[in-house]
Design a protein around this ligand. Structure first.
Ligand code: ADP
Ligand code: TRP
Length: 425
């Protein structure tokens, strides 16, 4: 038996969905994804109406999704209930939904790193290394999030120095500016305007739930407005460049969710403007710090990416060890020195060190010596390139300027779409 299902959703918003889905001809599958998210977010199974009375692709897709979500085989759709979709129509809608997408966007990677402290091994293995690798897989945009850093760094000279450090490190570790666009966030001020537009549709509750804000307060930062609205600016970064894929660490996943929620909120009112981004969690390891906790600028437990010689030795010497007698066999796996060594070593080298630990007569002190030699060896080329950029900061500046020029073109186009959608132009 067919049970009509009506879902309580504001018809004005649904009209926007229907129009956008059909107008943009993005295909039924995309429309389904959009509608599914709306229905979930606003709550299905409530009595009311689901849309205006037309059989556009968007409406069919919507009905199909409602049918799937509620498990009933027929759905009555339409603001004025003029359009009751038959089982046959629904079947057609389901077929359309399962068809290959009409239009696949090429991937665009985007990510940012804050210049808020000295870069460390965690930043490299957890973020930068993946970013640099993606430059071969699609078009890539990476930026130095200096607007964001202002939420915690209030020292102009330090901010400038850290900004240079991030840019020069990306280049030293292999970012190729002919493949990836590297720029300073603040060289594209369009993102701040976009951030404002997004903030006007952003519910307070969305930001109040943000774990990073709570963390910062726990770390003793004052609850400033900029810290609170940090995720809105981050959403603007992501959306400004039509990013499809955002490689980030686990700690940024909630920010991506907030971004997607903001897309939903904005589209529900103004129609389709932005590309909906996906997070990309790499296989990046959680790099432990000297004390065994997550390596982080805020814990003072880092090995700086550019540390070499004596400073490197001093940091490595601070890695936690235990008091197991040297001659005893040891399990290498939980040991910080071993974990850090594993990031640099080949599989064979790692196995050799593991065997030495297990055999006894080998301890963390030995591992630290090997670790230091390995870091010096593996990072030698990057260090040499970095020394070159330190001596030629104008080359870094040229890369950032050209990056900003390219990034700004994309951001300008997105902002123009958003300004038109909201009625500013
Ligand atoms: P920090 O914790 O030192 O302040 P950030 O928050 O600036 O580092 O992180 C910049 C990038 O580096 C993020 O993508 C984050 O996921 C990654 N990252 C930072 N620390 C680590 C770590 N210890 N292990 C893996 N990835 C990390
Ligand atoms: N919040 C990110 C971090 O602390 C930095 C960042 C700012 C970012 N804007 C972004 C990351 C946009 C990815 C996409 O690591």
């Amino acid at each position: 038996m067919n049970t009509p299902v009506n879902v309580a959703l504001p018809s004005m918003r649904i009209a926007a969905i229907v129009n956008s889905a059909s107008d943009l001809a993005v295909g039924a599958r995309h429309a389904c994804a959009l509608v599914e998210e709306r229905v979930r977010c606003w709550g299905a199974n409530t009595r009311g109406q689901i849309g205006t009375g037309s059989t556009s692709a968007g409406l069919i897709a919507m009905a199909s999704v409602v049918a799937n979500l509620t498990g009933v085989s027929d759905v009555q759709a339409g603001g004025d209930f003029t359009c009751a979709l038959s089982a046959q129509t629904l079947d057609a809608a389901r077929r359309a939904r399962d068809a290959p997408p009409v239009m696949e966007r090429p991937k665009r990677y985007l990510s940012g790193i804050q210049p808020s402290g000295e870069l460390h091994l965690g930043n490299y293995f957890g973020a930068m290394r993946q970013h640099i690798a993606h430059q071969h897989q699609g078009n890539s945009y990476y930026f130095i999030a200096n607007y964001h850093a202002l939420t915690t760094v209030h020292d102009a000279a330090k901010l400038r120095a850290m900004t240079f450090d991030v840019a020069a490190s990306y280049l030293a570790f292999g970012l190729d500016p002919t493949r990836a666009v590297l720029f300073r966030q603040s060289d594209v001020p369009e993102v701040t305007e976009l951030s404002w537009l997004l903030s006007t549709v952003c519910a307070m509750g969305l930001l109040q739930r943000a774990v990073s804000f709570k963390d910062k307060l726990e770390q003793g930062f004052e609850p400033k407005v900029g810290l609170f609205t940090y995720p809105v600016l981050m959403a603007a970064d992501i959306l400004a460049y039509d990013s499809t894929t955002v490689p980030v660490g686990q700690d940024q996943i909630q920010h991506l969710e907030i971004t997607r929620d903001l897309v939903t909120a904005f589209h529900a009112i103004y129609g389709e403007v932005f590309v909906r981004p996906e997070p990309l969690l790499g296989e990046a390891p959680l790099v432990p710090g000297l004390d065994g906790l997550k390596m982080s600028k805020s814990y003072g437990n880092t090995i700086p990416l550019m540390a070499a010689g004596k400073p490197l030795k001093e940091r490595i010497n601070r890695i936690v060890t235990d008091s197991t007698p040297l001659e005893d066999p040891k399990d290498p796996e939980p040991r910080v020195a071993f974990k850090l060594y594993s990031l640099f070593a080949t599989a064979e080298e790692r196995a050799v060190m593991a065997d030495k630990y297990r055999a006894g007569g080998f301890g963390d002190g030995h591992a630290k010596v090997e670790l230091r030699a390995k870091i010096e060896e593996v990072f030698a080329d990057a260090r040499a390139r970095r020394a070159h950029f330190d001596a030629h900061p104008d080359e870094v500046e040229d890369v950032l300027r050209e990056g900003a020029r390219q990034a700004r073109e994309v951001a300008r186009a997105t902002l123009d779409r958003a300004r038109r959608a909201v009625g500013l132009s």
